[in-house]
Design a protein around this ligand. Sequence first.
Ligand SMILES: [Zn+2]
Length: 162
Amino acid sequence: MFGFLKKDANDKQIGKTSPHLKEIDADKIDWKSKPDAYWKEVLTPVQYEVTRKEGTERAFTGQYWDHKEVGTYTCSNCGQELFSSETKYKSGTGWPSFYKPLNESVVGEKKDTKFGMVRTEVHCSRCKAHLGHVFPDGPQPTGLRYCLNSVSLNFSPKEKSE
Ligand SMILES: [Zn+2]
């Protein structure tokens, strides 16, 4: 494949919530106006390379490709809720794969012709973080495969009801 990072994406600094998203009201921030220098400072090198430079983590190295907990996947850059574990499925690709986002407004798409291929790039609608690509070979009911990078995501487990 093409454009993979040399480093493993399994970056020990990445927890359930990116450090820069703790103790702030992420809904009140104008994420699109943040300069590149901001992202370089707050993200880990792998997160920055993937989300801000459209890199791709190596297959089977990220923390979520084989992750099966129930909960919500959020943007690792701005905290917006993006995908539910309910639409996650085993694609066999080595990247976390979903057949649809939480709703259509949380992701944006654009045509990507890098590496001589025509693909559809997927990003967070709130901060423009690159998430991955969407392909038309997913399961029903959508037939879509959102093939994402683990470092683009944080995970919030569902609170257990009493
Ligand atoms: Zn975002």
